[in-house]
Design a binder for this molecule. Structure first.
Ligand SMILES: Nc1ncnc2c1ncn2[C@@H]1O[C@H](COP(=O)(O)OP(=O)(O)OP(=O)(O)O)[C@@H](O)[C@H]1O
Ligand SMILES: [Mg+2]
Length: 241
């Protein structure tokens, strides 16, 4: 569970990138975070993960305050950032072992997880190559595998489908569903509204740092008295702002 209570953030004293944000993401749900470029999604995600300090408010990760107990809070989640271009000089397998070391995963467990995850994402034959030589989608997949190695209860994913081929994207969506169905939490941002419409139990729409709507897609249709798609409702909602 993720609790975001009255969170604010501005960069360099300028206008608010995130403005009085309140959201609760429950166990057992896939929650989609939707908004135009610059709406405040990545800023919110970086505050959730403790990468950025918020100006005010409270963020709880499974009830643990990210500001006051960052180490314990960080053990609760796995985070896939919006850019997978990191640790380029490491081989895939070195990166995965590094991630497993960080989270104290014993050698048997890590071997099993590396095997099953790299097979699922068709990365097994690339693990001995340097990440530098990977395509964008392969880099995205190695980051996803690295995050899942410690089997976190909360997944926080910033535009995770970007660059994935149809099969990998399908695999990831299936895994997100399995994770939520096992009673755990998935929070992700996306611009692909068809995916959000099919996959998410609930969505929040953020615009200029403020939440315009939070709820189910059907709830959104009832609210706006329409039968439109998420994409159409999103475009209408944000056009008025
Ligand atoms: N490091 C930074 N310094 C100054 N302003 C920033 C910084 N990062 C983000 N911003 C500003 O904060 C606002 C929100 O940006 P953010 O990256 O959170 O948007 P986003 O919703 O993730 O957009 P996108 O869909 O393009 O990824 C934007 O106005 C952006 O210009
Ligand atoms: Mg972003």
């Amino acid at each position: 569970m993720i609790e975001i209570v009255n969170v604010n953030k501005s960069y360099n004293g300028k206008s608010k990138a995130v403005d009085s944000l309140n959201l609760t993401i429950n166990d057992g749900e896939i929650f989609g975070f939707i908004g135009h470029n610059g709406a405040g999604k990545t800023t919110t995600i970086k505050m959730l993960t403790g990468i950025l300090n918020k100006d005010s408010g409270y963020i709880g990760i499974n009830g643990i305050d990210i500001t006051h107990e960052p180490m314990d809070a960080k053990k609760q989640f796995g985070y896939v950032p919006d850019s997978p271009d990191m640790f380029l000089r490491l081989k895939g397998i070195e990166y995965l072992n590094f991630m497993a070391d960080m989270y104290d995963i014993d050698s048997e467990t890590r071997k099993d997880r590396i095997k099953s995850l790299s097979e699922r994402f068709e990365m097994a034959t690339a693990l001995n190559d340097k990440i530098q030589s990977y395509s964008h989608g392969m880099r995205q997949k190695i980051v996803i595998i690295g995050v899942l190695i410690h089997s976190p209860s909360i997944w926080i994913l910033d535009e995770p489908m970007t660059g994935l081929d149809p099969k990998s994207s399908y695999t990831l969506k299936q895994m997100m569903r399995e994770h939520a169905d096992s009673g755990k939490t998935v929070f992700f941002s996306t611009h692909v509204l068809e995916v959000a419409e099919k996959l998410c139990d609930r969505v929040a729409i953020i615009n200029k740092g403020k939440i315009l709507f939070c709820g189910t897609i059907n709830g959104m249709r009832e609210h706006f008295k329409t039968n439109e798609s998420l994409e159409e409702m999103f475009l209408e909602m944000t056009a008025n702002e």
